[in-house]
Write a protein that binds this ligand. Structure first.
Ligand SMILES: [Zn+2]
Length: 423
């Protein structure tokens, strides 16, 4: 009997949950709603939620609000879907230092992202097996943190056998994606050979994974597309993209993730004009945390480094490539490569949006790249747009982001799975 009782209780509770009672409904009314699809925003909109999911989105006239709904009038505000970062990293960094990997730190990182309006993070490498239970797939609502998808260990190796062993390890771990790195770090290390990445891509596809690629050079990017890579995880930065590359992306329907702030992070701390006093930055990262980055010796070291000098020069190439590809109709997928030391989680997503705008993308294009595109191209179930049945992951803004993408900084409230994030 004592064994049966919990079971009976579970049955009673779950039966009760099958029929959502109307008191569980929550509505946000009067806002401009940008649903992430790229369609014209809904004026005077209603967003109706229940049990963490979107029940209805539309104009106030079109949506019937059930009795007993808890109504929040958010007239004058703008609602956008939560930002999806399709290329981040979690778990390792605390402040400006790496080497702090734990589930506790992963959750802490994800909570920082959430407070900046980033409601989903696709972590492209570095997560360990203990992160598996934190994945988004296990969540009904994600709690006080962003949802997480993982890629496990970044696949490397000089021979197919070595690299394939990593693929199997990741598969066992239960990753969502595979990630490879094909880059010689400006000629300083050995690049993954072609036969190795071909073997890795084929095996990943056999096992049912999409594979995203860290790359730098246009020639490698083309070869990787030919070999079947499913996502370009960075910008082509060495030379302007050409028609052959555009044709390959189109033919294979592959998304392209610019990560412009990755380049910025390599040189910005060598210069004057950092952002450390910006209150939107210092609300999460205080002056003591960033003090070592302001040390004159550190700044000089950065200024003199090959990577700072090269990547600074190549950032405009990346930005112009982004505009070319966006104009050509290539799906641009929002990502930053944040969560690496000095690439500040949450804040960098806002900087990235600004750099995308500086590259010539419209605010609507940027919002779609951070919502609909990642959900669609990475198969992130029930995420992306604010539509019926999707998770209620959204941000209420005090200002209109279509006027200026910087207005995404004016966060009123963030919700993940219908739950408000404490900010
Ligand atoms: Zn990365």
């Amino acid at each position: 009997m004592s064994r049966l009782l919990p079971l009976i209780l579970v049955i009673i509770i779950s039966c009760k949950e099958k029929e959502p009672n109307t008191s569980s409904y929550v509505a946000f009314t009067g806002a401009v709603i940008i649903d992430g699809s790229g369609k014209t925003p809904i004026q005077n909109g209603t967003l109706l939620l229940s049990e963490g999911r979107v029940m209805a989105v539309g104009s106030q006239e079109a949506i019937d609000i059930p009795e007993n709904t808890q109504i929040h009038d958010v007239s004058g505000k703008t609602i956008i879907p939560g930002i999806i970062n399709a290329h981040g990293h979690v778990g390792d960094v605390k402040g400006i230092e790496g080497g702090h990997y734990s589930n506790e730190n992963t959750i802490d990182n994800l909570s920082i992202y959430a407070r900046y309006g980033v409601t989903t993070v696709v972590s492209l490498g570095g997560e360990r097996i203990e992160a598996e239970p934190l994945r988004a797939v296990n969540d009904t609502t994600a709690g006080q943190r962003a949802r997480l998808f993982i890629a496990g260990e970044v696949i490397d190796g000089d021979t197919p056998a070595e690299a394939l062993a990593v693929v199997e390890k990741n598969h066992k771990m239960g990753v969502d994606f595979m990630k490879i790195r094909v880059d010689d770090n400006l000629g300083t290390i050995q690049k993954m050979p072609e036969d190795v990445y071909k073997a890795v891509i084929n095996r990943s596809h056999e096992l049912g994974y999409k594979i995203s690629t860290h790359m730098y050079y246009l020639e490698d990017a083309k070869k990787l597309l030919e070999a079947g890579s499913d996502m370009m995880a960075h910008s082509v930065r060495d030379v302007p993209v050409d028609t052959e590359f555009i044709a390959l992306l189109k033919e294979k329907n592959i998304s392209y993730c610019p990560t412009l702030t990755r380049e910025l992070s390599t040189y910005i701390y060598g210069e004057e004009g950092d952002f450390f006093d910006d209150p939107f930055f210092s609300r999460e990262y205080d002056s003591a945390t960033v003090r070592p980055l302001r040390d004159p010796e550190y700044k000089l070291k950065i200024r003199n480094s090959l990577s700072a000098q090269t990547y600074k020069k190549q950032l405009p190439v990346a930005m112009s490539n982004l505009k070319t590809l966006s104009d050509a109709g290539i799906p641009i997928i929002f990502g930053t490569d944040s969560g690496i030391p000095t690439r500040f989680m949450g804040y960098f997503e806002h900087l990235e949006m600004e750099l995308m705008a500086d590259s010539g993308l419209t605010p609507m294009q940027i919002i779609v790249s951070a919502t609909k595109i990642p959900a669609e191209y990475l198969n992130l179930k029930d995420l992306g747009t604010l539509s019926q049945g999707h998770w209620a992951d959204f941000v209420i803004l005090d200002a209109d982001p279509l006027e200026d993408i910087k207005n995404v900084r004016h966060i009123h409230k963030v919700f993940i799975g219908g739950e408000e994030i404490n900010r």
